[in-house]
Design a protein around this ligand. Sequence first.
Ligand code: IPD
Ligand code: CA
Ligand code: CA
Length: 267
Amino acid sequence: MYNVQIKGKIIEQVKDVAKEAGAFIRLQRQDFSPDKVETKGTHDYVSYVDKEAERLIVERLRKVLPEAGFLTEECTTVDDVQHEYVWVIDPLDGTTNFVHGLPPYCVAIALRKGREILLGVVYEVVNDELFWAYQGGGAYLGEQPIRVSNEQHLNDALLCFGFPYNVEAWSPVMQRIVRDFYGHCASIRNLGSAETELCYVACGRFDGYVESYLKPWDVAAGSIILQEAGGMVTDYQGGNQWMDGQQVLATNSVLHEELRQKLTLTF
Ligand code: IPD
Ligand code: CA
Ligand code: CA
């Protein structure tokens, strides 16, 4: 029953919630100062803006689907994630960008039923871009349908590589990535917001995106948007452990296997 409702009413409400949280974040940015930043781990920042945005989102979504649980980055709600339906929320993805006043940063909301993602909404605040998709319904940027790129050649692909917080483990890998990819594709980028980066693959701005150590709230919304736009997301073995398995390989589908094999040699 819900699947039918989700395709109509729920996605519209989630889009409104994401935009409302985005408007709050935009307003707070106007007089945001560095002394409002707290540290969660080494170089891992948070502020009242992340937490307040999350509270707002949770409060609104409780009314949308009262029986759903919550899995949220800032844990402002402790809710049983064993519910049949679970909202997966990153209230502000790209916090480091936000505190530096640098785009992009976004609000990301997904609805999960078991391991299946039913819908995803990513609202990139600075460019006022609303990406959204629901299972079987295609992917959109605002009102426009979006598709992944048709890039066929890795040598011409624009690739995005995440810089995870787990510096000790990833630093040597990053050096090998630069060695193997810099100069061997169109170029390499990092934007500092995993959800936005997935959406940029979905709309063809990037041809591929690779990142490790991500959490479900960093990828849930963007990955259904990518899949509905014709893209592919897997772990580094080509399997489906990308949501909780901390390995995300996202592409326009065409380049997936070639990129996966090249990465295997690099890692
Ligand atoms: C982070 C961003 C960043 C990625 C980190 C994430 P946050 O999320 O998505 O791009 O490299 O691993 O944790 O902390 O800004 O919500
Ligand atoms: Ca995040
Ligand atoms: Ca966050």
